[in-house]
Design a protein around this ligand. Sequence first.
Ligand SMILES: [Zn+2]
Length: 388
Amino acid sequence: MQDEKFKVKFNERKERVRVLFAMNNDHQTYVLFDILVSMLAEQLTQGPKALRGFDLIVCAINDSTPIDFSKIVEYYTTEELNRLGIEFVSVDCDSYVQKGNIERLKLNTQTMQAYASPGTRDNSLTCQQLFEQISDKSTTEDLMHIIREDIWIQTAREKNCTILIKPDSMTQMAVEILSDTIRGRGSEIPLKTQEVFIGDFEVIHPLRDVLNSEVKMYSRALSLDNLSPILQQTKSVSDVSTKNKTVREMVNEYFASLEVEYPETVSTVVKIGAKLGNSSGSQQIQHCKICKVPIYHDPKQWIEQITVPGSVPPQTQEEFANHQRYLDSINGAETEEDAQNDSNQPEEVKLCYGCMVTLRVSNVFELQWPSGPTEEQVLSEYVLDDDS
Ligand SMILES: [Zn+2]
């Protein structure tokens, strides 16, 4: 945030960048918010003509752990927040789901081909119901994560912001890198660890050099823990039985204990993660229908190669006949399935490796999923910033 574009302005005509702050209910968020407030306040002390360097829009998502803005307003006072021009937005998870069309995504596990039936609008579908389609906790968490990301991107667009600030600390990034790797979502790592451009707006992580233990110390020192009951929870993840934990929670726990004795391991993981890039130069990149990340390699090929490393082509007449029969059986199964779908013909869609594995592992063969009203524009392009 040392960039010229965030610096104090002395000329009213100079355009201010609009920044969307993705608010979670955790220590990192409250600490980064406090830092941003101090930064804006400090800018206004730089002379009588000083104007703040950027417009801060704080976006919280109303889900199972809603954020209580009134506590924040009480702590910083309304006058101060108004003086600094900070705007608060709360987005309802259910209304996000109901706003767009809901598509039925089907995965044929034999061919690993995915199909989407044309979307219909369902004004009564809740986020909760969307997640109830899956019994596996880690998958639910993945999907929740995807929805939250999409809400931030959409809100940033609606609010005309050109920058999205994520409060992830270095420890959080290490957790994301390892759990993404474990969950088969490695291609998302560069999107989470580097400064990226999504279409024409930028995603930045100002706390990327700070450990979670340091974040917590800051929070305690400034009594930020009083801003949310979640921050005061003394119950650690290790009190929950392993059976009820998600992959991310377990990795989180792992780093929480590792960070105490070996803080350097956290930065090593993040540094390695940041070195990973995605293959550029691919001409036409398609996006995953569920999580919207770009697909660089055909995941179907990956899966086939892992299970059958380079099959021998049929050679004898009998083998050819068997192969043809196999192909017919797959196609037959498909046509049967298609016929069951209403009059609407399902369209073939792309899923990334992570989503495909996620659905297969949790035995979800049909998933109702919001197609998103602005999908086409929002996801047109993810570009990595070469400067970082
Ligand atoms: Zn995906």
